[in-house]
Design a protein around this ligand. Structure first.
Ligand SMILES: Nc1nc2c(c(=O)[nH]1)N[C@H]1C(S)=C(S)[C@@H](COP(=O)(O)OP(=O)(O)OC[C@H]3O[C@@H](n4cnc5c(N)ncnc54)[C@H](O)[C@@H]3O)O[C@H]1N2
Ligand code: MOO
Length: 390
């Protein structure tokens, strides 16, 4: 069986180049730029006042000075500085040529059209032209766009941006035991919860998921569902990945032309994961146990979706201090559900005793997956370990 690292490399190799899409900057939250936004102007475009007060010449301090005009944001003062004068100025207004400082109005006493500076401050209170960015400055963060990025791009006077098209992800859950949330399960049936989680994880990573109707445990039903996924950039199946007589995913996907990159890896939970190329897109076959499906989606599907948008895979581990002794590990890399609590320098991590991969509530109550490499020796409380935040 291949390692988690080898499997991740094979999964990431399934991502093609991102497809460009042009959108309005106000629609860019969470999207991935595929070309830099290039500033079309210099910001601030002029030396701007940072305060409401008076523009004056440092040589004339402390006055008294004659107030000879007004400069407001959007309404500049047209003249130039004269010795012994000041301009009433407001925040954001261009500082008229020749004045080298703005004094806050709180530091000034005014008598008619004359002011005296009562309090000297080292602050010039002038934002120099171009101190934020210059025309031609390029901006392309290696992460999904945040609100502040959109503000910067808009301030650069870039109204439309080139982003990666959201990958279309078809989520296909199947099994005769499954019914939809809200339905009344018959004897032997349970609610399909995995597809809800996997679609949400896909959306979180920037994809546009669609949840297909549930497949039945027949080859014909699966074929129909695969046909409905036509055009998806990624098909994610859930369940039917193991060795049981009803586990048909490998067989049907192979008959439909799936070129397998791997099947099974040295990981716990999630051993029966499969991945490959299918048509023009990719396919991931997740194991059916709820925790296994979610952990595999976090470790492989989300990085793949990010790679499809030209973003870094984003699976960096953090460090924590163990809360309790833990036994040695077996042959597979183990992802243990765990709680985090604040520690002195690093957080403290406490894995749950029970790691049954069907228990969703334990996963919902977990903050992190404690990552243990294959054959990791026993560890003591206080040892350093790695984790993946949830
Ligand atoms: N003889 C063996 N049996 C099993 C092995 C093995 O190596 N040899 N592996 C175990 C492991 S590990 C896992 S994980 C599961 C994976 O099995 P499948 O991917 O074939 O999943 P299913 O059998 O279809 O389902 C497993 C379990 O999960 C429930 N399930 C499935 N889909 C959903 C859904 N959409 N929402 C909620 N729950 C779902 C399903 O009812 C089963 O309880 O196999 C082990 N067995
Ligand atoms: O390794 Mo399976 O993926 O949990 O129960």
């Amino acid at each position: 069986m291949i390692s988690v690292e080898e499997a991740l490399a094979l999964v990431l190799a399934l991502a093609g180049s991102p497809e460009p899409e042009e959108i309005a900057v106000q629609d860019g939250l969470g999207r991935a730029l595929i070309a830099p936004a290039v500033a079309r102007l210099t910001q601030p475009p002029f030396d701007a006042s940072a305060m409401d007060g008076y523009a004056l010449r440092s040589d004339d301090l402390p006055g008294p000075l004659a107030v000879i005009g007004t400069a407001a944001a959007g309404v500049p003062y047209a003249g130039e500085a004269l010795p012994g004068t000041a301009i009433r100025i407001y925040t954001g207004a261009p500082v008229p040529t020749g004045y080298d400082r703005v004094v806050m109005q709180e530091h000034v006493t005014r008598d008619g059209d004359r002011i005296t500076v009562a309090q000297r401050s080292p602050n010039l209170n002038i934002r120099a032209r171009g101190n934020d960015f210059a025309e031609g400055t390029e901006f392309r963060p290696a992460r999904p766009l945040r609100a502040s990025d959109l503000a910067l791009i808009a301030a650069m006077n870039v109204p439309r941006i080139s982003v990666a098209r959201r990958p279309r992800v078809a989520v296909l859950a199947g099994g005769d035991e499954l019914v939809r949330p809200g339905q009344i399960p018959a004897s032997g049936q349970i609610i399909s919860s995995n597809d809800i989680a996997i679609a949400a994880l896909a959306r979180e990573a920037g994809a546009e998921p669609i949840i297909l109707p549930l497949a039945r445990d027949t080859e014909e039903s699966l074929r129909e569902r695969f046909a409905e996924a036509e055009g998806a950039d990624l098909i994610v199946t859930i369940g039917g990945a193991s060795v049981g007589d009803h586990d048909l995913i490998a067989k049907v996907s192979a008959e439909l032309g799936m070129e397998r990159a791997f099947y099974k890896l040295a990981m716990r939970p999630g051993k029966p994961l499969m991945a490959g190329r299918m048509g023009r897109g990719a396919m991931l076959g997740l194991p059916g146990n709820p925790v296994s499906a979610i952990v595999c989606a976090r470790l492989f599907m989300q990085p793949l979706i990010r790679a499809m948008q030209g973003l870094p895979a984003g699976s960096e581990l953090s460090q924590a201090v163990l809360a309790q002794d833990i036994p040695p590990e077996g042959d597979r890399q183990h992802y243990l559900r765990a709680r985090l609590s604040p520690g002195e320098t690093l957080p403290v991590i406490a894995p749950y005793q029970d790691q049954d991969s069907a228990r969703l509530r334990l996963l919902a109550e977990s903050d992190a997956l404690l990552v243990r490499p294959p054959k990791d020796p026993a560890k003591r409380a206080g040892d350093l370990v790695s984790f993946l935040p949830l």
